[in-house]
Design a protein around this ligand. Structure first.
Ligand SMILES: Cc1ncc(COP(=O)(O)O)c(C=O)c1O
Length: 907
């Protein structure tokens, strides 16, 4: 069955937006109607427009409980009676509540009651509101009973309303449009099509219809709808109400539904509340808060606990003023008395981690308070031993390189495809990975290969297709472990489109695939085909899509995520998610040892609490928040493209510019075909393409302004306009849209870009020929004559454990540098001359220019002319591991010779 994302995304992004836009238009029109009426002018045309808008809103409004049909009927009545004064007031009330309260406004009653609502009632917070979707077409009186049982319920903490629809089509659309739905209750069977079909889901529903016609009685629409929703909004609670007679023992409803009710049961209401409460609860945060309220005598460490050393200080009282009292009340180093230990969690931290595992779809989740820098070192150490081979993207974050130095595994560096015109790297093609694995296989070294380590998504937004990569890699090395560095990608699990490109989703999907009978059949056919091909010919492996043997394959997947980079966690909040079929047998002990190695014995409790809260938020409102993030990102792309002034100086790089066509099977090359995004193609690209660009990461190309990336970031955006961006390349800056960016920040950014463009334009208009020539030269320097991005060269033979394979013993090189007599310094120009003259210069250290931020040299690596030329041309001041006044640090010939003798020549 095809997944319905494409059609549905169109549905989500457009109608929900169309709905709000229409309400806003109605508000403007009714305000004007009132004025026209007062002045005695003709109102007929405008009134007809409002009537038409109401007509258009009608079919959409059935997917929300506010405004309900009663309110809507009143508005129509006021319009029909030309009661424009009243109408304008009513519409204002509705629109204000729609914008500020959303579905929660339904708690306040009809229009008259709504008008009396006090400001206090409008405050967000308790009771937390959600909508329950009920999909069934039971007879009127039964529905009445059910609705009564689930009537508007007010508890201290939670309140909900029930939205009733009676078809598969309407149920699906409601769950997708209405972000406030948290629970779905379904009957067992109901009509497929809505009585007023929307035309949004035609092909999906036709597919269902065909299956049903071919296999009558097999498909039940309640479970079928739940199955689609599990893909699209997996965090919803889902319940089935089924009559005894319709329960089908073969149906695996237990996997899809949180609970099945036989007939209407009074437990349903409690179960719905419990489901949402369970997702709402934040065990660690709740306990920390309770702890902060208890009286405590502190004879432990941490004098700032309870503010004791701060509140009465004469010199740091501003600390208390700035941070407020709560942070001190919540500071403790206690691991008992209701608290828990991050190093060996058994209580509330464990519970919080288990909830996170559920939210991210992992088997185990662990928190880290040292950022993903620490999480990466933990996973690398846990899974590899000295001498193991790790295939790793050379451009990945430095924590991995240092993790390998510490753990002693040998990196085999993989080259990502370069994007020369923008001076950035893309990601590592699957073909490159397969080539290296085949090389290792030929050298008899496959048994040494332990892990593949890739960044998903990259800083610049290139995402892998983890299912595709893992499937083919597992076909060559069925027990390899994967570490996906998803530092930037914690949010992706909460969007239906990009979830399919996350490590945890993919690991689960592959585990299910390999245990199915259908896969065995597919594999048998594949083997027959492959057995006819020459196994010695590399193209057999490189040009065919490979499949792992279901009897050998083990799915062992780890992902590290900086929760703080894209969700509401304090800085350094990070999570490690695990889906490893062999975790308890092969990795659990070493994983705990690695946690102990890298975790402070005084982890920051505020960070842990914020991880717990970030999970709650993502679980309950991530879907809605991320819908907005994607819309903001797509709007920004669109605006820069269609605005004549902006487009003259700026360009947001497209998938077509950042991903070569051979990796984009879908053919998607732009998100903004002059204003309208082809969302179906977008979804196809997410599902299939080897690489896809996450639209929320926008590389703003600015060469035409004459500024380089760093000048633009620091001198213009930051110093002049207070806008912070993170990464730059020579001719671009990276804009990242997260749940912390709102429509106002977007408007501000666009205005700032317009001002900058205007300024550049003005300067050009007033410039003399000399200034114009200077500008032209600047632009040329940013667009042509860019330094060639250098590939990884190779490790020096004395650091290569095997002559036929390229992995290196980086750890030995790293520590060899600890003895001063083993190194010397060579100035950059001289180094280039020597290398051209045939001397092998070997780096003693990591050399990392920023930007671009990847190590152009690692310990033990031979300096190629390309690398040195790149460094010569680099126009950056920050190069970690290199002091221009000293030159490059290289191993002396003697040191290399002696190390070669000691280690024994490579054989
Ligand atoms: C790909 C990648 N991995 C890991 C990290 C480190 O994450 P953290 O800042 O949470 O330590 C970063 C930081 O920028 C990163 O870009």
């Amino acid at each position: 069955m095809t997944t319905p994302q494409g059609e549905l995304l169109n549905a989500i992004t457009n109608p929900a937006r169309v709905r709000m836009d229409t309400w806003m238009r109605v508000q403007r029109a009714t305000d004007r109607l009132r004025l026209l009426q007062k002045s005695g002018a003709d109102t007929s045309e405008l009134a007809a427009q409002v009537a038409e808008d109401f007509e258009n809103l009608g079919p959409l409004e059935k997917y929300w409980v506010f405004p309900d049909s009663g309110i809507f009927a009143r508005l129509k009545e006021q319009l029909d009676h030309s009661d424009f004064d009243l109408l304008a007031n009513s519409v204002r009330l509705v629109v204000r509540n729609l914008r500020e309260q959303g579905e929660r406004a339904s708690l306040f009653g009809d229009l008259d009651e709504l008008a009396k609502v006090s400001v206090d009632d409008l405050l967000p917070g308790k009771p937390h509101y959600f909508t329950v979707l009920l999909v069934d077409d039971i007879p009127g009186e039964e529905m009445e009973a059910l609705s009564k049982a689930l009537r508007l319920v007010q508890e201290d903490d939670l309140a909900y309303q029930v939205l009733v629809v009676d078809s598969f089509e309407d149920g699906l659309i409601a769950a997708l449009f209405n972000e406030e739905i948290q629970a779905c209750v379904m009957g067992h069977d109901f009509p497929l099509w809505s009585e007023e079909p929307s035309n949004l889901l035609t092909s999906l529903l036709e597919e269902y219809q065909e299956i049903e016609e071919n296999e009558p009685g097999i498909v039940h629409r309640g479970p079928a709808l739940a199955e689609v929703l599990r893909e699209l909004r997996p965090h919803l609670n889902m319940y089935l109400i089924t009559g005894r007679s319709t329960t089908d023992p073969g149906e695996s409803t237990y996997r899809i539904f949180d609970r099945v009710f036989i007939d209407l049961d009074t437990e349903l209401h409690m179960t719905i509340l419990q489901g949402v409460r369970d997702r709402f609860e934040t065990p660690f945060f709740d306990a920390l808060r309770a702890y902060a309220e208890e009286p405590i005598g502190n004879f432990h460490a941490l004098p700032i606990a309870r503010g004791n050393s701060v509140f009465n200080s004469r010199w740091i009282e501003d600390m208390a003023e700035f941070y407020g009292p709560e942070i001190f009340m919540a500071e403790t180093s206690s691991t008992t008395g209701g608290m828990d230990s991050l190093l060996a969690p058994t209580g509330i931290i464990k519970e919080a981690q288990d909830k996170a595992a559920r939210a991210w779809g992992s088997e185990h989740t662990f928190f880290s308070t040292g950022g993903t820098s620490t999480s990466n070192k933990i996973v690398v150490q846990a899974l590899t031993r000295p001498g193991d081979i790790v295939l790793i993207d050379r451009n990945c974050h430095k924590s991995h390189h240092y993790g390998l130095v510490l753990g002693g595994a040998h990196p085999l560096y993989l080259d990502a495809y370069p994007l020369q015109p923008y001076a950035i790297f893309g990601a590592v093609p699957l073909r490159t990975i397969k080539q290296q694995l085949l090389r290792l296989k030929k050298a008899g070294r496959l048994d040494k290969v332990k892990m593949l380590l890739l960044t998903n998504c990259t800083f610049d937004g290139i995402t892998y297709n983890p299912r595709l990569v893992m499937e083919e890699v597992l076909a060559i090395k069925p027990d390899i472990c994967f570490l996906w560095d998803e530092a930037w990608y914690a949010f992706a699990n909460f969007t239906p489109t990009f979830r399919v490109r996350t490590a945890m989703y993919s690991a689960k999907a592959l585990t299910e695939r390999y245990s199915s009978d259908a896969y065995r059949d597919e594999y048998t056919a594949y083997r027959e085909k492959m057995d006819k091909l020459d196994p010695e010919d590399d193209s057999t492996w490189l040009d065919n899509r490979l499949m792992p043997d279901p009897d050998l394959v083990r799915v062992r997947v780890y992902s590290t995520q900086s929760t703080h980079k894209s969700l509401s966690s304090l800085r350094q909040g990070s999570m490690m998610h695990i889906h490893d079929q062999d975790f308890s047998r092969l990795a659990e002990d070493s994983f705990h040892e690695a946690i102990n190695t890298h975790t402070s014995t005084s982890p920051n409790y505020q960070i842990i609490a914020s991880l717990d809260l970030a999970r709650r938020q993502a679980d309950l409102e991530g879907y809605g928040l991320l819908n907005d993030v994607y819309q903001i990102a797509l709007t920004l792309r669109e605006q820069v493209e269609v605005d004549p002034l902006l487009s003259k100086y700026f360009r947001v790089l497209t998938p077509g510019e950042l991903i070569p066509p051979e990796f984009r099977e879908s053919g998607l090359d732009s998100y903004t075909e002059r204003g309208s995004t082809d969302l179906e193609l977008f979804v196809e690209s997410c599902e299939k393409d080897e690489f896809a660009l996450d639209p929320t990461r926008l590389t703003l190309y600015l060469a035409e302004t004459g500024y380089n990336g760093n000048e633009f970031k620091v001198d213009v955006l930051m110093d002049k306009y207070g806008i912070q961006v993170n990464k730059t390349s020579i001719n671009s800056v990276l804009l990242i849209t997260t749940i912390g960016v709102n429509w106002s920040s977007l408007a501000y950014l666009l205005d700032v870009l317009r001002k900058i463009a205007e300024e550049v334009e003005r300067k050009q208009e007033g410039a003399g020929s000399a200034e114009l020539a200077i500008h032209k030269k600047k632009v040329e320097a940013l667009t042509s004559d860019l330094p060639e991005l250098p590939a990884f060269s190779h490790f020096h033979p004395v650091f290569r454990p095997h002559p036929d394979t390229p992995e290196g013993d980086m750890r030995s090189a790293y520590f060899l540098n600890y003895d001063e007599e083993n190194r010397e310094y060579v100035m950059l120009d001289e180094a280039l001359e020597q290398v051209r003259g045939g001397r092998e210069l070997v780096s003693t250290t990591f050399v990392v220019p920023y930007p671009p931020g990847f190590p152009v040299l690692v310990p033990g690596q031979v300096m190629s002319p390309e690398i040195l030329e790149f460094m010569q041309k680099l126009d950056v001041t920050e190069v970690h591991g290199y002091r221009p006044e000293l030159g490059l640090s290289v191993f002396t010939k003697k040191a290399l010779e002696e190390w070669g003798m000691r280690a024994g020549p490579a054989t």
